[in-house]
Write a protein that binds this ligand. Structure first.
Ligand code: SUO
Ligand code: CP
Length: 315
């Protein structure tokens, strides 16, 4: 694997998830693969889990890791081609990415969408420039439209905790005060549509996702109907795709609580984190026995390690 940006870069998602669970049992078995190899992690936006779990995964594989918070510690980066750089930006991504590629064997990049220009965000303009100019293998640490390391960790978590061969998995929209990207729900939907699960997406009218990501999912505006018999509820806010990047008024009653959980099949509750308590998810759920959000975050290590291992095997 030279590129990990979406489910489409993976031959067999079940085999990759199984490999992640094997690595969880035996984390240090492949240290020879990473010897004298370096991972560079480049952040244009904040991160806790992706940063630490991907570093830990690389260390488990015997790699060295360098982290650059380029938004805060790098030269102000120019992302537009053809720009006359007589303003605040100092260095073009063409040079910055190419230079980083001289120092590392694999680069991870995090770049969120601006949520202003849908065409630009969905073209993955920024992420693709890193891929184009760095000249080494690239792993997405969450781009404008997808978060594949998260989705793989989510699949691993479902495979690990499921009690039936084909569990019912519900992606449930939750309220938020800010406009958040569609990357996590797009990506989760695209992975679940390929997984051996019965997959439903529930959201209020107006929060339809881009259908490129939801082909094969059952989609409803009725949360109770979706939750009925659910084995896993994946809670996440996202802003509207149309009108792009907007928060629509109302829908506060979509927050999951113990009353709503009763409709489910004693569902495990998932969230990628960070989560705003009592806005997106209630204290009673997060502190209760059905929440697996910390376990899920723990699985981020094994997901990242499975991907890095496959990349190292081809270097
Ligand atoms: N990487 C995990 C999620 C990142 C991002 N959440 C956020 O920006 C939360 C910000 C806030 O709650 O203010 C998202 O939803 O895509
Ligand atoms: N879930 C996730 O990607 O978390 P961070 O944004 O903290 O990396």
């Amino acid at each position: 694997m030279k590129l990990f940006t979406s489910v489409h870069d993976v031959n067999d998602i079940n085999a990759l998830a199984a490999e992640a669970l094997e690595l969880k049992q035996n984390p240090y078995a492949h240290q020879h693969l990473g010897k004298n190899k370096t991972l560079g992690l480049v952040f244009l936006n904040p991160s806790l889990r992706t940063r630490m779990s991907t570093q830990k995964a690389a260390l488990n594989l015997g790699m060295n890791v360098m982290v650059l918070n380029i938004d805060k510690e790098g030269w102000a980066l120019e992302l537009q081609d053809g720009a006359i750089m007589n303003g605040g930006t100092v260095e073009h991504v063409r040079e910055a990415a190419a230079v980083m590629g001289q120092y590392v064997d694999i680069i991870g990049v995090r770049s969120f969408p601006g949520l202003k220009d849908r065409e630009e965000d969905y073209s993955e303009a920024i992420f693709n420039k890193f891929v184009q100019y760095c000249g080494v293998a690239v792993v997405s640490l969450e781009s404008a439209t997808r978060h594949p390391l998260q989705s793989l960790a989510d699949l691993v978590t479902i495979q690990e905790l499921k009690k039936t061969a084909r569990p019912k998995v519900v992606l449930a929209w939750a309220p938020h005060i800010k406009a958040l990207p569609q990357a996590v729900p797009n990506s989760f939907a695209e992975w679940m549509c390929k997984a051996d699960v019965d997959f439903t997406i529930a959201h209020p009218a107006g929060y339809e996702l881009n259908t490129d990501f939801t082909n094969g999912a059952t989609i409803t505006h009725n949360l109770d109907e979706a939750l009925t018999g659910a084995d896993f509820v994946y809670v996440k806010n996202w802003s509207a795709y149309e009108p792009y990047g907007k928060v629509l008024p109302g829908n506060e009653d979509w927050m999951l609580n113990n009353d709503k959980l009763k409709i489910t099949n004693d569902a495990r509750v998932m969230h990628c984190l960070p989560v705003r308590r009592n806005l997106e998810l209630s204290d009673e759920i997060l502190d209760g026995p059905n929440s697996v959000v910390v376990h899920e975050a723990g699985n981020r290590v094994w997901a990242a390690q499975a991907v890095l291992k496959q990349m190292l095997e081809e270097i």
